[in-house]
Design a protein around this ligand. Structure first.
Ligand SMILES: Nc1nc2c(ncn2[C@@H]2O[C@H](COP(=O)(O)OP(=O)(O)O)[C@@H](O)[C@H]2O)c(=O)[nH]1
Ligand SMILES: [Mg+2]
Length: 299
């Protein structure tokens, strides 16, 4: 474990340097070596991949999305769980939410994948949606300022894999907590966004444009706040990130995986006791757009 994290950290440190030198190929090679050496899990090339800060709402969004995709397929497309672990993860977490609970925070690293098969122009296409769940803050490690981080962070190897997955992705789903935008300036969020979007711009310049769906999650928290528009706040307060994302093909969505919430007797915010994913909104549109099944909404 220690050897692994040191090797991962060294590789990730080299990758940080490579980022500064703007060598996307080099990062990929370092990640490939690391994956091979330690037999690491990595999402299938050409997948739609999920990213976002810890607590942004990725797990809740992913399980609601899969559940809604299953309900709405109606012959337009077919959903297949890649493995029983993914199926169990989705079913267990949806069951938990139906009992007015939230999914547990990630304890073990896991890769959850589903295939989405659809027909267009008489041809069959399969897209894979990958949710690579990391315990801890590999996203933050991957995109925080390298000079401020210990080179020997346990998550450095994961951070390297995350970059490789972004380079190889067909499309990206970036989940942002709307509450973080609503609360105002966050230095940590700003830094992570700056580094992430610098990286994505570089990927776009070197490997070509790809689609990214930015999800402002937990919209139900701001029901009735008609003057709060997360995409405007994002554009006005994180202008650098907004401009860099424009090097990709970007679409913004304001979404809720629960549709509405309740406050329980302990004063905690929970999914309603009659929860089902038909109440969720903007949870399948982004992925259908990323996989070319649905046109981007005209707003
Ligand atoms: N009100 C509301 N809260 C949410 C929603 N999604 C997530 N949350 C809250 O945010 C927490 C973290 O969500 P989670 O999906 O585990 O975040 P992750 O760390 O990005 O996977 C949950 O425990 C909930 O408290 C949502 O759609 N609405
Ligand atoms: Mg999670």
């Amino acid at each position: 474990m220690l050897i692994e994290s040191i090797a991962g950290a060294t590789a990730a440190y080299l990758a940080y340097k490579a980022i500064n030198e703007k060598h996307i190929k080099k990062i990929k090679k370092l990640a490939d070596d690391y994956v091979k050496k330690f037999n690491k899990k990595v999402s299938k090339e050409g997948s739609v991949v999920f990213i976002g800060q810890t607590n942004a709402g990725k797990t809740v969004y992913f399980v609601a999305m899969v559940d809604q995709l299953l309900r709405h397929s109606e012959g337009k497309y077919k959903i297949t769980y890649k493995d029983s672990n993914t199926e169990r993860f989705v079913i267990d977490n949806i069951a938990k939410m139906k009992k007015s609970g939230w999914p547990l925070h990630t304890v073990n690293e896991a890769l959850y994948e589903i295939d989405l098969n659809h027909k267009s122009w008489g041809m069959n296409h399969t897209g894979t949606i990958s949710f690579h769940d990391h315990p801890g803050d590999s996203f933050e490690v991957a995109f925080s300022d390298p000079s401020k981080k210990s080179e020997l962070s346990t998550y450095a190897g994961d951070a390297l894999i995350l970059r490789k997955e972004l380079i190889e992705a067909k499309g990206i789903i970036l989940v942002i907590d709307s509450a973080v935008l609503h609360e105002g300036q966050s230095a940590e969020f700003r830094e992570v966004l700056f580094n992430l979007t610098t990286f994505l711009k570089e990927v776009a310049m070197q490997n070509g444009k790809k689609r990214i769906a930015v999800i402002f999650a937990k919209a139900d928290l701001f029901k009735g706040h008609t003057d709060f528009h997360p995409s405007n706040v994002f554009r006005d307060q994180y202008t650098d990130a907004y401009n860099k994302l424009a090097f990709m093909e970007v679409s913004y969505y304001y979404a809720s995986a629960v549709g509405e919430h309740i406050i329980n007797t302990e004063g905690e915010m929970m999914p309603p006791s009659d929860y089902n994913t038909s109440k969720a909104y903007n949870v399948i549109e982004p992925v259908l757009w990323l996989l070319d099944i649905k046109e981007k909404d005209i707003k």
